[in-house]
Write a protein that binds this ligand. Sequence first.
Ligand SMILES: [Zn+2]
Ligand SMILES: [Zn+2]
Length: 319
Amino acid sequence: MTTESLNEAMKYYVTAFYKFMPLENLETIKAALKHKASELDLKGLVILGHEGINSTCAAPSSEALADWKSWLQTYFEVAAFDFKNSGSERAPFRKFQVKVRDEICTIGHPELQASNEDNNHLSPEQWNHVLKEEQDFVMVDTRNWYEHKIGSFKGAINPKIDQFTDFFDQVDSMNLPKDKKMLVFCTGGIRCHKGILELQRRGYDKVFQLKGGILKYLEEFPNDQFAGECFVFDHRVALDQQLKPSEQYGLCPHCGQPSELDIHCKRCDFQTKICDDCVKLEFKKDTCSKNCAYHFELHPERKAAHQNQATETPRLRAT
Ligand SMILES: [Zn+2]
Ligand SMILES: [Zn+2]
């Protein structure tokens, strides 16, 4: 899918990319990125490290997005970044942020050096071929439990992790034969790109990863082997099979997890969606915000006008 083919109703043009490459003078790069983003009215998150760049950003027009992409390629002297595009009617980010970190995707092993060479990458087509034609493999979701919960590849194992750094010990605890063919995947490819090095170091010899992750896969094969929606770390919460923002999920105003239970706030009558953890909690199950929960607990009988609260921010991270 190209940016141009996105639905007309989409007001924000979103692109995600990452690249492992040696970078120096990170503060200078950060300043240049901020300058360009402000010129284009771009919002989003860029993670910079000495090992490379990882980013998801939203532009207010297709022209601004095209400008951003070509500027990035010129600035970093890269012929073509592997951009994964999607869209949104509502702003997926409130501001533009550049964060400098030891790892552009945190696996807890900054000493592992990822290169841009393919390392057992499967294209979406090759991936589909294995899923449909082969039987002797295990497929493991590298993402967190709440990402897995709202959509994943059919038959994928969910290691039920809270964060990616827990993934490797969790895989070890599954006691899989180390020479068994293993397929791993993530949202945009970066967690696997780096994580496969740690798996290989632990002796898993036949691990394969999905190139470009779920986002690239859905561009090519919507409604095929991936079931449900793809969680993203911005205010869209999830993307459907057409890579359009979720209509099913919101972000729970109490805890920031994906939510799909419609509620009517007993204090201010506002309608929102809360998650299935918070629905078990007194004062949260009937209220639309932390503020309403607080006041409803003190004075359950008192009504108040709805106040526009800042939604709980999802744990923003580029994937
Ligand atoms: Zn919640
Ligand atoms: Zn309320």
